[in-house]
Design a binder for this molecule. Sequence first.
Ligand SMILES: [Zn+2]
Length: 166
Amino acid sequence: MKKQEIYYCPICGYELEDYFGSGELCPCCFREAGYDDEIYYSELETKDLLKQNIYKKLDISEVIKIIPDYEIKKNLEEDVPEKMIWAYLRAVWIKGGSYYTWDIIKNIDDDDYKDPKVYDVVDEPDWTKEKAYLQLKRIGIDARKFIKSIWGEESELYKEAIEIMK
Ligand SMILES: [Zn+2]
């Protein structure tokens, strides 16, 4: 028998039913391949990636840590490279609290958020930041290093990550 493939979200490391890119919407970081991660430089600040009541916008100083050529290219209709946009969306997710986002969205009284594709996702009632940070390891991301690279060693987020992961 063929071994069942395991798929992880390339943004947050959550285990998905199918590969990211199959139309799958990740219930954890709530990002959709081919929509949220295909973005021109010129769209980064304008496209509705931030659904303000769920995510926290990155400051420009944070953006350029992830997308170093952003200032030069910000007016171009050129795709932000995949790995950079995944890191950007990961940073937005972490800055917002690394929630299992579906838990928040299902309680929002706005049908725009309630995409039918996620109706049968599992609930994660015991979600913790520790789970969030540990699952990043599945995609080769050390949450501490990632956080340090954007927010620095003195940041509360970094100090908290060190506590969580020790
Ligand atoms: Zn995800």
